[in-house]
Ligand binder design. Structure first.
Ligand code: AMP
Ligand code: MG
Length: 301
C-alpha cells in the first residue's frame, strides 16, 4: 500500500512472535492484492475496467467493503466518495502531474456515489456512468489493519499497537499504561502537534502533507473534494478516534473534505467518535468529549 507497517506487542511466548509478524504482513498483502488500483490483476481493477459494460461479480469481502464505503458516503452527505477517482486517477503526486481545469470540469459529473450500484443478491457491482472509476484508498488501509489485528486476537495477545501510514489500532493498553500516540504537526514533519493517551481504540489521521506537490504556490494533494474535483483545502489535518480503524479511516478523509465547522457538527452527532482538527491557520479544534471542562461539575459530597 506504499506505506510502512509498524507493530508492537507483548507476549510471554517467544515462539508466537514470528508467526504474528508474518500473519500481519500476509493479511495486509492479501487485501492489497485484492483492492489496490495500482495492481492490474486486483478485483478492484477488474471492476474499474468492466463495471460500466456489465455487472461484475465480486468476492463477499470486497462487496462488504464497498457497502461500507457507500454507507460513509450517505452519512457524510457525499464528502466520502470512492468515485473521487474518476478525477483522482489523473493525478500523479510523485511526478507533480494534475488534471487540467477543463478535464476536471468534464469529469466532475462522474463523481457521485449514486453511480455505484450494488446488488446484494448477486454480489455484483455496476457503474451507471461511463466515466466512473473507484478507489478504496480512503478506507482500505483502516480495513486492512482491522483485519490484520485478528492475528493478535487468535494468539491471545491483548496488548498491541498496529499502524499503517496514518491509521493506527490500539489493542488494550501498553502494559498498564495508555499508549501515547502523536498527531503530527502538518507543517513540521519532525514535530507532533499533540500527543494523546489512548487505549483500546483506533486513530486515523488524514493530512494534506501525506501525498502532495506545490505548483505556483498552490498545494495539490491526495484528498479530493467530490463537489469541486480539486484537492480539499479547508484544513491541514484531521484525526479521528473511534471503535475500529475502518470507521476512523473513512471518517478522517470525510471530515478533511467537510472542514472544521461542518466536520465537527457531524462528529458531535456520531456516537463513540471524536475528532481533532487543525485548520489552515493552525488552529486546533477538539470534539466536545476531548475538551477539558473549564469548570468542574459540582461535587456530590
Ligand atoms: P487518507 O489518507 O486516509 O485520508 O486517505 C486518502 C486517500 O483517500 C487518497 O489517497 C485517496 O485514495 C482517497 N480519497 C481521496 N479523496 C477522497 C474522497 N473524497 N472520498 C473517499 N476517498 C478519497
Ligand atoms: Mg482515511
Amino acid at each position: 500500500m506504499g506505506t510502512r507497517i509498524h507493530t508492537q506487542f507483548w507476549t510471554d511466548q517467544e515462539s508466537i512472535s514470528e508467526p504474528t509478524f508474518k500473519g500481519i504482513k500476509q493479511e495486509i498483502d492479501r487485501i492489497e492484492q485484492k483492492m489496490s488500483v495500482y495492481i492490474d490483476s486486483s478485483e478492484l481493477s477488474l471492476v474499474n475496467r468492466e463495471a460500466y459494460k456489465q455487472p461484475v461479480i465480486v468476492s463477499p469481502e470486497l462487496f462488504h467493503l464497498l457497502e461500507k464505503a457507500l454507507h460513509f458516503s450517505k452519512i457524510t452527505h457525499g464528502a466520502f466518495d470512492i468515485t473521487f477517482a474518476s478525477i483522482g486517477h489523473f493525478y500523479d503526486y510523485r511526478k507533480g502531474i494534475h488534471p487540467s481545469s477543463k478535464k476536471v470540469d468534464q469529469l466532475l459529473p462522474a463523481i457521485n456515489y449514486h453511480w455505484v450500484e450494488l446488488n446484494q443478491k448477486n454480489l455484483t457491482v455496476r457503474f451507471k456512468h461511463k466515466n466512473v472509476k473507484i478507489d478504496l484508498g480512503g478506507i482500505a488501509k483502516g480495513y486492512a489493519i482491522d483485519q490484520a489485528a485478528q492475528q493478535f486476537k487468535k494468539r491471545g495477545i491483548t496488548s498491541a499497537y498496529l499502524s499503517a501510514g496514518g491509521d493506527t489500532l490500539l489493542i488494550g493498553d501498553r502494559r498498564g499504561r495508555p499508549w501515547m500516540v502523536g498527531i503530527k504537526d502538518p507543517r513540521n514533519e519532525k514535530a507532533n502537534a499533540v500527543v494523546i493517551p489512548l487505549e483500546n481504540t483506533a486513530l486515523s489521521t488524514s493530512g494534506d502533507y501525506e501525498r502532495y506537490f506545490i505548483e505556483r504556490g498552490k498545494r495539490y494533494h491526495h484528498i479530493i473534494s467530490p463537489k469541486t474535483g480539486h484537492s480539499a483545502d479547508k484544513v491541514q489535518s484531521v484525526s479521528i478516534i473511534g471503535p475500529n480503524a475502518t470507521t476512523t479511516d473513512a471518517l478522517s478523509t470525510s471530515i478533511f473534505v467537510l472542514g472544521s465547522k461542518k466536520g465537527l457538527a457531524l462528529i458531535e452527532k456520531l456516537e463513540k467518535i471524536d475528532a481533532i482538527i487543525i485548520d489552515n491557520n493552525r488552529k486546533m479544534y477538539y470534539s466536545s468529549n476531548l475538551q477539558a471542562p473549564s469548570v468542574l461539575s459540582p461535587s456530590k459530597k
